[in-house]
Design a protein around this ligand. Structure first.
Ligand code: ADP
Length: 382
């Protein structure tokens, strides 16, 4: 502002120019801008917000902003504002956050939200800039899909190579064992006294060959272990929120009560981001599919520290729970209860989690559905 004139006309002009400028910015800025007052009532709703949320400004002015949020934020938002006004503790103001929003038709979509605050003569307003991440995330998801496919193709080739090498290596001791045992059987079948020395030799040779076969398998395990995935410190909350947002793209997520909560003691974990997101996507999609016919659909992503100093991630749903036949072969490839399922999601997830030095398992959830748990190494100080 370059107005240092005390001429009121000039000030008024400057003021209306400022208003016009603001109006023009509001009409053209691609992000949605929503302004609310201290009681969370909407006082301004930009053109982009109208397009993004499918509401006209007149539909929402004076309404509570929580109408644009999915559960549980919808119910909790007044509490969030109250907490801030009482304590001054900023949880979202000034920090961008990845979360979900709700359109007029009830569908949810991933957004990046930045909240600011304006104070003027005892009045406070909050401004929210909202960017729809659907497109960006769709692009990211395509990349993640491609990478997963490549990783999968890579695994198949590597497994093919390994399998033939293994067959070749193991063939030799197994043939030797068979030969020694057959020789022993022939010795026993002969008339007259048994040549104990020769029989003993055949048995100890076959035992030695069996140990050799074991050795081959052991060195193969070592080899696989050495091929560990490249991991780096990643903030766990971001990994979970992004993974969940990616999983929701392109599926009907209406009516799902979703929440991500990470224990404040946890910060970063050692992870390969793309692979870990693949695990979250698999688990979240399975949960959403399992809950599809249910009237109450609760999905919770938790992360808690474990006694062993690791981080445990839990994806819990209120679906029908695991099929009893399935629970034994859950992580076996190509086992599925779905008509169009491939049955590889969980086995890939297991490979990834174990490649990260963790383990994965399932238990019943507190809502009668399923909870998948997996552990990760922490990159922060436990
Ligand atoms: P797919 O989803 O293609 O069937 P997965 O390996 O991801 O392959 O899952 C294997 C099976 O595990 C599913 O077919 C389903 O029976 C069961 N399952 C996985 N997640 C859940 C869940 N959250 N609730 C109930 N069953 C599940």
């Amino acid at each position: 502002m370059a107005v240092a004139d005390d001429d009121t006309d000039a000030l008024t002009n400057a003021h209306s120019l400022e208003q016009a400028l603001l109006g023009s910015i509001l009409a053209t800025v691609p992000d949605a801008l929503i302004v609310i007052d201290m009681r969370a009532r909407i006082v301004s709703f930009s053109a982009a917000a109208q397009r993004m949320f499918q509401y006209a400004e007149s539909d929402v002015l004076g309404e509570n902003i929580s109408m644009l949020m999915p559960s549980p934020d919808r119910e909790k938002h007044d509490g969030y504002i109250g907490h801030y006004l009482d304590t001054g503790e900023k949880k979202i103001i000034g920090v961008g956050r990845l979360t979900s929003a709700r359109r007029r038709d009830g569908s949810t979509f991933p957004i990046e939200l930045s909240v600011g605050e304006v104070q003027d003569q005892g009045q406070r307003l909050f401004t929210g800039f909202i960017r729809d991440l659907t497109e960006r995330q769709q692009a990211e998801r395509r990349v993640a899909d491609l990478q997963a496919e490549l990783a999968h193709a890579g695994r198949v080739t590597a497994m093919g190579t390994l399998a033939s090498a293994l067959a070749h290596e193991l063939n030799q001791p197994l043939t030797a064992i068979a030969n020694y045992l057959e020789a022993g059987r022939d010795l026993l079948a002969q008339d007259g006294p048994v040549d104990r020395d020769l029989l003993g030799e055949a048995m100890s040779e076959s035992a030695a060959q069996a140990l050799r076969a074991g050795e081959i398998i052991r060195s193969l395990r070592e080899f696989i272990k050495r091929g560990e995935t490249m991991r780096q410190p990643e903030p766990l909350r971001g990994l979970l929120a992004e993974g969940a947002a990616l999983a929701f793209i392109g599926i009907d997520s209406r009516g799902i009560d979703m929440d991500v909560s990470v224990d404040p003691a946890l910060d970063k974990v050692l992870a390969n981001r793309v692979q870990l997101q693949q695990v979250i996507i698999n688990l979240v999609r399975n949960a959403v599919e399992a809950m599809q016919p249910r009237p109450v659909r609760i999905l919770r992503l938790f992360a808690v520290p474990t006694e062993e100093g690791k981080a445990e991630v839990i994806v819990a749903d209120s679906g029908p729970g695991l099929d009893p036949d399935m629970s034994r072969t859950l992580f076996t490839p190509f086992t599925t209860t779905k008509p169009t399922g491939m049955g590889v999601g969980l086995s890939i997830s297991q490979t990834i989690v174990e490649g990260h030095g963790g383990r994965i398992w399932a238990t019943p959830s507190q809502w009668g559905g399923t909870a998948f748990h997996f552990t990760l190494d922490r990159a922060d100080e436990p």
